[in-house]
Design a protein around this ligand. Structure first.
Ligand code: ADP
Ligand code: ZN
Length: 633
């Protein structure tokens, strides 16, 4: 099996669970596979497809997803096709014939199309396996319910002998049970892989105004030239406004939301996939149909409504396993909006609970990854070293006086002010609101002048989290002092606050090599390594091993290495254009980094790279090794 994995897909080893799942499927048993986005679900049915007689039928909800998968398979010379309404009838007829003649190994199909083909094609061809991708779409409880999926329940009765595997990245227990029940899986085994994605760094910035967010995002992007990323916003309008502002700052970005025409959406998605557009500002409508493996970062401009959706969205970064960054902006305004949504939704209790869990993540003062993993029912016994909390543990200080100032401000205004006005009061800003109520005559006016507004915001969020204040969402979002807060206000208990890290130190600054290395090392899995960064770090320790393995190319310094990367990237892009596929289908960023690191100059050595199978070795070996030889002269 390992040989086949290398031959067809170029990978040296299986990721956790893949082999077990494949063996289970090859034994003709049903299975439900839960793996995070980017975890490597596809191999679980693609490899069995290659090892079995007949066609593996893959049900997929979106045409763009099918296209991506088919392209990726064909790039490895694996016969695959998609049957959908985008094709004309002639090409669909050709595909059908190829299936019947057994010349196609993997057939991608939408659920509605599958049902239509029930009495014809499905009866005429030999079916090896049914793979139901994005299986959570069958559940009304999930976040992507698709009514067409519910018909899939018939398959089990129509084809009782054919194994079926359902795959999803949604770990929700209700959804999981719904999938099993509705698909009528026969004595299924459930595979739950770890939801950890150690290559994703986790960062949160609290209490930023819109203006500050825009500035921070612009800096962030500027420091990461050519690195693809997605910015998720809550509203359609939000995506458009942010796009316009970033444009003004000279950044190449476009927006995407469900209000655009299909044509326009396709255009944006296409440009992004093909590395012609670096950044997309989008609502959550964007991403589900995208397998682009070299998304290097994901920013949440607004707080998501649940960890479930947050995790799906950040999961779109770093599918190739290379280090990738995530950044969440957490603000009170968002919290208020989401609280309101939750309360007005049909399922207020569930949704408020979901939001609370999301808040817990945003407000964490312990390793954020541990919080995420515990949400998915996993308990990690160590800190990740790849989140902002681990890298910059918050320092505690006695904030009693500070808290007292804020609380007394609230009390003096008879608990009739919002956080916004409170900050004006503390800072001594004579806004309309302050003047019209005569708050400037209060003793607390200006007592917190020495602390910047943004820091006040952060401290107030901390006070909220510590339970000293509450927001009366149904009373114009006015602040109320809790009994616990009174204890501090009247000097009966002290308040510990965390210091605020200046933003530059937190994320906008790129992580140092040491940090990247530590983060990848804690997990220990070979596939998570970042060779480029490793090269300079491990020198000269590993120098010998690497040199003998690949025939003695001189080591490059960081700048040269980056230069080579850019050249290989350009070559990849050229090939992608020739072949009319996205660059990451030709090869992933991870493969490019390995090429920079090992710099193979023979085709054999090129074939050793993790991610280069037989077919790509023959097809691309010559051009890439030539380019490398030219570079190292
Ligand atoms: P999912 O469908 O779970 O989101 P994919 O199947 O698209 O994830 O896989 C994510 C990425 O990981 C792809 O780029 C895929 O080629 C890669 N991958 C999968 N299995 C392995 C493996 N055993 N070794 C290295 N890379 C792998
Ligand atoms: Zn951590």
């Amino acid at each position: 099996m390992l040989e086949l994995l290398k031959k067809h897909f170029g990978y040296d080893s299986f990721r956790p669970m893949q082999q077990e799942i494949i063996e289970h499927i090859l034994a003709h048993r049903d299975a439900l596979v839960l793996m995070p986005t980017g975890g490597g679900k596809s191999i679980c049915y693609q490899l069995p497809a290659l090892m079995s007689k007949g066609v593996t039928v893959v049900v997929s909800p979106l045409i763009s997803l099918m296209r991506d998968q088919v392209e990726a398979l064909r790039a490895n010379n694996i016969p695959a096709a998609a049957l959908n309404s985008n094709n004309n009838e002639t090409s669909n007829a050709i595909i059908r014939r190829e299936c019947v003649e057994g010349r196609i190994k993997l057939l991608y199909i939408s659920p509605e199309r599958l049902m239509l083909e029930g009495d014809g094609l499905l009866r005429d061809m030999q079916i090896a396996l049914f793979a139901i991708d994005e299986a959570h779409c069958i559940s009304q409880w999930g976040h992507d319910f698709r009514p067409e999926y519910t018909q899939l329940g018939q398959l089990r009765e129509q084809f009782p002998e054919i194994p079926m595997v359902a795959l999803t990245a949604t770990a929700d227990k209700v959804t999981r049970e719904d999938i099993l029940k509705q698909l009528k899986l026969k004595d299924p085994r459930i595979f739950i892989s770890s939801f950890d994605r150690p290559n994703l760094s986790l960062n949160v910035l609290r209490g930023y105004t819109r203006k500050e967010k825009t500035k921070a995002i612009a800096d962030f992007i500027t420091q990461r030239p050519n690195r693809s990323g997605i910015i998720y916003c809550q509203s359609r309008k939000g995506t458009e406004e942010l796009t316009a502002k970033l444009h003004q700052l000279g950044i190449l970005v476009d927006y995407y939301h469900a209000g655009l025409s299909a044509q326009e959406r396709n255009r944006v998605q296409d440009e992004f996939i093909n590395d012609r557009l670096q950044v997309v500002c989008a609502t959550i409508a964007f991403g589900m149909g995208i397998d682009k493996s070299n998304v290097r970062w994901v920013i949440h401009y607004n707080l998501p409504k649940s960890i479930e959706s947050f995790y799906q969205e950040i999961g779109r970064a770093g599918r190739d396993g290379e280090p990738s960054e995530t950044l969440l902006f957490y603000s009170l305004e968002d919290l208020i909006v989401l609280q309101k949504f939750a309360e007005e939704s049909g399922q207020a209790e569930i949704n408020k609970e979901r939001l609370d869990r999301m808040k817990e993540y945003a407000e964490a003062s312990i390793c954020r990854r541990r919080i995420l993993l515990s949400y998915f029912g996993e308990n990690s016994d160590h800190d990740c070293q790849n989140c902002d909390i681990c890298r910059n543990p918050p320092q505690r200080f006695d904030g009693t006086l500070l808290v007292q100032k804020a609380l007394s401000g609230i009390m003096r205004c008879e608990q009739q002010i919002t956080m916004h006005v409170l900050i004006d009061l503390l800072r001594g800003t004579l806004s309309n609101e302050i003047a019209s109520h005569g708050y400037h005559r209060l003793k607390t006016f200006g007592v917190g002048r020495d602390i910047p507004g943004r820091d006040w915001k952060d401290f107030l969020l901390q006070m909220l989290q510590l339970g000293y204040i509450e927001i009366a969402y149904n009373e114009k979002n006015h602040l109320k002092v809790t009994p616990q807060g009174r204890e501090v206000l009247f000097g009966r208990s002290i308040a510990q606050l965390s210091t605020i890290q200046p933003e530059e130190e937190k994320v906008v600054k790129k992580r140092t090599k040491k940090e990247t290395k530590r983060a990848t090392e804690t997990k220990g899995t070979k596939e998570r390594e970042s060779p480029m960064e490793e090269l300079s770090l491990r020198r000269p320790k590993n120098r010998k091993g690497r040199l003998t393995l690949f025939g003695g190319a001189p080591l490059l310094d960081k700048q040269e290495s980056e230069q080579l990367f850019e050249e290989l990237r350009a070559l990849r892009r050229l090939i992608a254009e020739e072949e009319l596929v996205p660059p990451y289908v030709v090869m992933s960023d991870k493969v490019l980094h390995q090429l920079c690191n090992y710099r193979p100059t023979t085709i054999e050595a090129f074939g050793e790279i993790n991610g280069i199978g037989e077919y790509k070795k023959k097809k691309y070996g010559e051009r890439f090794t030539q380019a490398i030889k030219r570079f190292i002269g």
